[in-house]
Unconditional design. Structure first.
Length: 228
């Protein structure tokens, strides 16, 4: 059950809370929101995990009285994307590390932003870094595997130890469905191999969950080869 918030004090001292990121996050903490599970942008606050963030409707109403110009986004598909992404990022990111970000990738920005609070990481766009974001999506990972097999080059499945993969197990249709709902530019698949793409389209019709199974099989084979 939510606590009752006395917002009169906030309103009387409204000048103490500017529209800066620091003040917006400070206000969210004051009203009981766990900011490790939201993504901040100047125009919108995206909820990554509704239960863990504790961003109830009552807290949203309190927030909107202070910041009526900032929208709170309760997109269930985005929350599913965050859940998928966090399973990899929790294993790949080291606390207080410096991570090199790709340019102009909105979904990556949203997924990585909370880790500045969750793990204390620093997101940079140039200079020295500990880890680098690889924006590889699930569809391209699978098509890369197929392309290597069909071309006779063998299994193409490798990840670099100094890279993190926020979208490695997130399908393109999830990403683009969310981006369209949010009014953002959609992404395109990077792998343009016709045979690999055609085979993926065929499998999509007969076994929609094939991507995860292909990746699991590739991981098993790769680990088997490394131990032999």
């Amino acid at each position: 059950m939510d606590l009752m918030f006395d917002v009169s004090g906030f309103n009387d001292e409204k000048e103490e809370f500017s529209t800066s990121k620091k003040d917006v996050l400070k206000f969210l903490k004051i009203i009981g929101v766990d900011t490790r599970f939201i993504s901040y942008t100047p125009q919108k606050i995206y909820i990554n995990n509704l239960r863990f963030s504790k961003f109830s409707r009552a807290r949203e109403a309190t927030f909107m009285k202070q910041y009526p110009e900032i929208e709170v986004v309760r997109n269930k598909l985005f929350q599913k994307i965050c859940s998928k992404s966090s399973k990899h990022l929790a294993l790949e990111i080291e606390p207080n590390s410096c991570i090199l970000m790709p340019e102009d990738n909105f979904i990556i920005e949203l997924l990585m932003e909370p880790y500045t609070r969750k793990y204390g990481v620093e997101l940079v766009y140039e200079g020295e870094y500990d880890f680098k974001v690889n924006p590889l999506i699930l569809d391209d990972q699978v098509n890369d595997i197929f392309e290597g097999i069909f071309s006779g080059d063998g299994l193409s499945y490798s990840r670099k130890p100094n890279e993190v993969y926020p979208l490695i197990n997130v399908p393109l249709d999830w990403i683009n469905s969310f981006l369209e709902m949010d009014g953002q530019d959609i992404l395109e698949s990077e792998n343009k191999n016709e045979l690999a793409n055609s085979f993926s389209e065929f499998l999509e019709d007969v076994a929609p969950q094939y991507r995860e199974n292909v990746v699991k099989a590739a991981e098993f084979i790769e680990n088997k080869l490394e131990t032999e």
